[in-house]
Write a protein that binds this ligand. Sequence first.
Ligand SMILES: [Zn+2]
Ligand SMILES: [Zn+2]
Length: 613
Amino acid sequence: MDNPSIPDDQNQPQDGELHRIRHSLAHVLAQAVLSLRPGSTLGFGPAIDDGFYYDFILSSPLSEEDFGELEKKMRHIIKQAQKFEYEELPAEAALARIDEMNEPYKREYAQELIEKKGLTSLSFYRNGSFLDMCEGPHVESTRKIPTDCFKLRSIAGAYWRGDSKNAMMTRIYAWAFASKAELDAHVKAYHDALARDHKKLGRELEIFVIDEDIGKGLPLWLPNGTVLRDELEKLAKELEWHAGYVRVATPHLSRAELYYKTGHLPYYASHMYPVMELREQVDGETVVKESYYLRPMNCPHHHRIFATRKRSYRELPLRLAEYGQVYRFEDAGALSGLLRVRGMCMNDAHIYCTPEQARGEFLAVMELHRKCYEILGLADYYMRFSTWDPEDPKGKEKYIDDPEGWERSQAIVREAMEQSGVRFVEGKGEAAFYGPKIDVQFRTVTGREETASTNQLDFGVGKRLGLNYIGPDNKEHTPYIIHRAPLGTHERFIAFLIEHYAGAFPTWLAPVQVRVVPVAEAFAEYGAKLVATLRDKYVRAELDTSSETLNKKVRNALTEKIPNVLVLGERESTEGTVTLRRYGEQRQETMAFEAFETRLHAAITTRSRTLPD
Ligand SMILES: [Zn+2]
Ligand SMILES: [Zn+2]
């Protein structure tokens, strides 16, 4: 049954041949499951981006070990060249038919289609012994389905209609493509991506953990992960220093009144952790003296810093930067590793400027983005320019009501974007409440598109909060505020970087930059001396003192994806040299230790992805 509210293979034409094959295969899978597990009942079975799935309440469990048997059964059905026969029944007869089929979930959905959507008839498709209530489309006959173009992928739990109050069903996912070659290529890419998964690598490389005692979506950063955070912060601080930012530090929470003033409360309450109330006994009664919230964003704190005293136009632009921790209450079901969390630390800054400065400032922010991404070797991104939609019937609730302000601020952003030369697309009606925004969109190795950072030109909040500066005319003016975060949050950005580098970080970013491996105990002293020299210069170097064989030691360094491994033996220790093995490179190279140090230092200070000669 096709349900318009569930994900479908949007990129495929809905009447295209591949869509027909995928959806028909879902019927074949259900048919095979029913023959292996008679008495099971059915949920939905749509085509999706890379294949299809079907949801079941199984009469007895199936596991991935049964996939071989299921696939064999499916091929058997396909070879029978079963025709898909269409039948349309008036509402009453359709319900009676579903009762005969003994499908309670189909029945519930059919009833909804008839009663809420007003459908007067429902369609059914029969192939062989299998009957399904369905809108199609299907192939004419199972003969049109290549027997080697699909593969069962995984089993997962899924609530009926995606609602946790409903029954938990068993969802069987499968890949399906037009040919075996396409299927094979896709399966290979999938396994490659899996090997880069940030949750898997995050655990193996000891970058972060999510601990149930701490709480869902609140990652603990392990020493290796903290190095990544520190190095990114160092990069941000340097770039922001050169771009004229000043740094501030603000608390993780604030009084509820602040969020009523900014307008986050009550509208944003469902995305915030519940209130903390300080109570007091007054005349034998308990009263709430003060209420606090964990902050969901840093902006209001920075705005209060702007408002600490009168500002003159001569102070502008004022660029306040902070790697600020925020908390957002995401649904438990939406949490995923570092990608979807409840606590996150943001590469935040707010730029307060005059309207005349806004374009130049926005352009400088784009330039900062370009520099960051160039250093990190990220090229597969584009920007999304979200504007307001004056025609939106809900516009008055969605956007601040100031058409002139919108036109002016959008023109500023558009000009800055065009001048910057970055690739961007426009999205009408996707602006933030207070102004147009730019989202930086990346494609992850798994092909997912993710927003790495958001920048906003805010012309409304200054007025709302009464922020102002004295202009050359001696009058009060409202500043424009640019919200920007080129490196997004540590959580999201590091998840992305782990997958981007497959855990093999460039030297400047790597938790361990140099591993020194003596080939025998006799050379450990020479190794210790080199490590001490490197550490003295703040290089993250360590000595492998284990009693493993040389091969095992080198293999361990490879597993840990350490960029530089120095192997030391008799010759090295008498000549004062090192033999360098770089991660991912076949050849090894022997050089004077000082020469290695010079090259390493160059790689770190220039944040190079290679070791310069
Ligand atoms: Zn169907
Ligand atoms: Zn902000």
